[in-house]
Design a protein around this ligand. Structure first.
Ligand SMILES: [Fe+2]
Ligand SMILES: [Fe+2]
Length: 274
C-alpha cells in the first residue's frame, strides 16, 4: 500500500462533491459572509433564530466530512511512518493512540450519518473540503497532531459543546446525545495531541515552535470566519473547560481566544459588523 496517499486519491463515490477552502470561505451563504452588508451579527444557534436549523444542517454535514477525514488521517499516521523517534518516524505508542482514534472516528462517522438523516440532510447535500486530511498529510507526525488533533479537533470540541446546548434548548434529545458522545471522545483525541506534542518536542524547542506555529495558522483559518470566539454573542463559543481537560494551559486557551477575536475582527469588520 502507498505511503503518503495524496488527497486526490481519497476514496469517494459519486454522492460526494468537493470544493476548495477559498470557495467555501467566499460563499455568500456561509458563515460570516452571510452578514455582509446587513450590519448584523451572525445568528447564534437557538430555537428563536430564523436560520439556525439550516446553519446546523450545513455545520453537521461539515462535521460528518471531518469525521471521515479524521479516520483517514489517523489511519494514515499508523501506516505512513516507520517506528522510531526521529522527525519522520512515529513511536509505537503514538500509533496505538492513532489506532484507537480510528475506532472512535468510525463510530463518529456512523453517528453523524444517523444524525444528518435525523436532521433531514442527505449525504453530499453540502460540499466537502479536504483541509483536515491535507493537514494530516504533513511529513512530520508532530505537525499532524498539532494541526489535526489540537487545532481542528479542538474546534470540534467547541462545535459539539455548542450543538449539544442547541439540542438541549430545542428539546431534541437525539441531537443532544449524539453531540455529547462525540464530544467525550474528542476531548481524548485533543489530549493525545497535547501529550504527544509535549513528549516528542521535549528536547527540541525549535520543532515545538514550528508545530505551534502550524497550529496557530490552522486555528486562525478555522475560527469559522469569526463564528467561533470567546464571546457570549458568538455562534460557536470557545469551550474553555473542555479544552482544559484536553491538556491546554490557560495561556494556550487565552491565545486561541485572541486568535479567534482577530479572525472575527478581520471577517466581521470587513462585513461592516463590530
Ligand atoms: Fe470525531
Ligand atoms: Fe476526533
Amino acid at each position: 500500500m502507498k505511503k503518503m496517499l495524496p488527497v486526490q486519491e481519497l476514496a469517494r463515490d459519486d454522492r460526494f462533491w468537493r470544493s476548495n477552502l477559498a470557495d467555501q470561505f467566499n460563499d455568500p451563504r456561509v458563515g460570516a459572509q452571510r452578514m455582509k452588508g446587513t450590519f448584523e451579527r451572525p445568528e447564534k444557534f437557538a430555537p428563536s433564530e430564523r436560520n439556525s436549523a439550516e446553519g446546523a444542517r450545513s455545520l453537521m454535514h461539515g462535521i460528518f466530512m471531518g469525521e471521515i477525514q479524521a479516520l483517514e488521517g489517523a489511519g494514515r499516521t499508523c501506516w505512513d511512518f516507520t517506528v522510531g523517534n526521529g522527525e519522520d518516524e512515529a513511536p509505537f505508542a503514538l500509533k496505538l493512540d492513532m489506532a484507537r482514534q480510528c475506532w472512535d472516528e468510525s463510530r463518529h462517522v456512523e453517528i453523524s450519518v444517523k444524525l444528518n438523516q435525523w436532521m433531514g440532510t442527505d449525504i453530499g447535500e453540502f460540499s466537502e473540503n479536504t483541509f483536515l486530511y491535507e493537514a494530516a498529510c504533513n511529513p512530520d507526525p508532530v505537525m499532524r497532531l498539532t494541526g489535526v488533533n489540537r487545532a481542528l479537533e479542538g474546534l470540534a470540541i467547541d462545535v459539539f459543546n455548542t450543538m449539544k446546548a442547541f439540542g438541549e434548548s430545542c428539546g431534541d434529545p437525539v441531537m443532544e446525545f449524539c453531540e455529547d458522545w462525540m464530544l467525550a471522545d474528542e476531548v481524548t483525541h485533543v489530549k493525545m495531541g497535547s501529550d504527544w506534542l509535549r513528549r516528542l518536542t521535549e528536547k527540541n524547542p525549535e520543532r515545538r515552535q514550528r508545530a505551534l506555529e502550524f497550529q496557530r495558522v490552522v486555528d486562525k483559518l478555522f475560527s469559522l470566519g469569526g463564528l467561533r470566539s470567546d464571546k457570549d454573542e458568538s455562534p460557536v463559543k470557545l469551550a474553555r473547560r473542555f479544552r482544559e481537560l484536553a491538556g491546554f494551559t490557560q495561556a494556550e486557551i487565552d491565545e486561541i481566544a485572541d486568535i479567534s477575536a482577530e479572525a472575527a475582527e478581520e471577517t466581521l469588520g470587513a462585513a461592516g459588523v463590530h
